[in-house]
Structures are given as C-alpha cells and as structure tokens.
Design a protein around this ligand. Structure first.
Ligand code: SAH
Length: 231
C-alpha cells in the first residue's frame, strides 16, 4: 500500500502544482505516493452547485455548508487515513505530527475557503484541525500542499539521500546548524576552518554547538523544550 493523499477542494486544478515537481514529482510518477483530488462542488446544491451561504448570526463573507462538506467527505474511501481540515484554528503542525502522518497510510485533507466551514460538520465527522502557522491564508490548498510535501519527503525513496532527514531542523528538537559549500572565499568570508579540517568529531561538536546557540537565540520556545528533554 502506497502513502495516499486525498484532497477535497473547490480548486482541484491547483494540484499537483508544486507537488508535481522535483523529487516529489518524480516520486509521484514512480508511484511512491499517490494524490487524488475531489471537487467539493460536485456535491454542491441546485443548478448553481452552491457550496456556501451567509454566516448564521450575520457578519461578512460566506461559510461552507455542513451538508455539502459532509457529502464530499462521505464520498471518500478513507479507510484508516486521518481526516484533517486545514484551519488557522487548528493545532500547529509540527515535524513530530508530520513524521506520524508519514508513518501512516496517508491523509484525507479538506481545504476551506471563504470564512471557513460550518462548525457542525467538524464535530459530526470528528475532523482533526491542523494549522500551518499563525497567519491567515485565503484557502486551505497551499496549507494542504505544505502538509503533503512535508510528509512525502520523509517516505522511503523520495529524497535521494535518506540521511538528509536525520540531521535537519527539528529532528533533534533543535534548528539545523548553518550549511556551507564552495567557494572557499565568498565576498571576503572564508569557510569556517573546522569544516575544512577533516576532523569529523570536531565538526560534529561544532555543528551541535551552532545548532544550540541558533535555537537559543531564535526559538526560545524550542530551546526550553530541548533543555527539559535532555537526558
Ligand atoms: N475566518 C477564518 C479564516 C478563513 S481562511 C478564521 O478566522 O479562522 C479560509 C480557509 O483558508 C480556511 O477555511 C482554511 O482552510 C484555510 N487556512 C487559512 N489559514 C490557514 C492556516 N494558517 N493553516 C491552515 N489552513 C488555513
């Protein structure tokens, strides 16, 4: 069974978009993962296939109808896949959640538009809400793509070098150490000596120290967790 994403959206033509390029795109062609699109409008009501209506209680904008969203959800063969609504009110997406998703069978992702989704369908279908950050997008599609990309790159065989996901940001609760490559001298800045020393244990020590000071300076929230979890 390959890892499979089903995306429910009003804009299926936005996909695969960036997911069809580079290593993820190649992996999609090689069927290392699969992507299925469902057009929510197929479940729209009336001649105009209407999917939204004005907010109960008043206010600006439109709200996606619970009955339409439920019909779109119920038409998907979900099996054991988690059902997720991309939403700024959701739990912030973390690398730990991404790893857990990548280890599972895939995900069914519902993309909102307008002012969001009628609350009752979130309750009735026990939908998990996930946010990709404390900012507001116009729709859930880019958020769904971000989640899929983060999960799929962890699947075996997708990235060329499997080791490249071991060391990176968040893997050990730290931001990644800074990276360098040629040339030896860039606008007066040389490569750090230790990186050209060939001394691998010194290099590891230096990288850990860099990762620690970077995390401490930039992400006190992660640093506090890291210190607490240190054995
Ligand atoms: N009125 C809503 C925002 C609606 S934005 C509120 O204030 O909470 C329209 C759609 O964009 C949402 O239904 C959701 O699917 C998507 N979206 C917006 N910001 C997001 C974020 N940070 N993470 C994930 N999805 C988001």
């Amino acid at each position: 069974m390959i890892w499979s994403a089903t995306v429910l959206t009003l804009f299926p033509e936005m996909f695969p978009g960036p997911l069809g390029h580079s290593l993820l795109g190649k992996a999609l062609d090689k069927r290392l993962w699969s992507l299925e699109l469902r057009d929510i409008r197929d479940h729209g009501l009336g001649k105009h296939r209407s999917v939204d209506d004005t907010p109960a209680g008043g206010g600006p904008g439109m709200v996606m109808r619970a009955d339409v969203a439920a019909a779109a959800i119920d038409a998907v063969e979900r099996a054991a896949r988690p059902l997720i609504y991309l939403s700024p009110r959701g739990a912030p997406l973390t690398q730990a959640r991404v790893k857990a998703l990548a280890a599972g069978p895939g995900a069914v992702l519902l993309c909102g538009r307008f002012e969001g989704l009628d609350e009752r369908v979130i309750q009735a279908r026990a939908i998990e809400e996930i946010s990709i950050g404390d900012f507001v997008l116009a729709g859930g599609e880019i958020a769904a793509m971000a989640l899929i990309e983060a999960a799929v790159r962890l699947l075996p065989g997708v990235l060329g070098d499997e080791a490249s996901t071991q060391d990176e940001s968040f893997a050990a609760g730290l931001l990644e150490y800074p990276q360098f490559t040629r040339p030896q001298m860039f606008e007066g800045a040389p490569l750090p000596d230790v990186l050209t020393s060939g001394n691998h244990s010194e290099i590891s020590k230096w990288r850990l120290a860099q990762a620690q000071s970077l995390t401490k300076a930039r992400r006190p929230d992660l640093w506090t967790l890291y210190e607490k979890n240190k054995p």
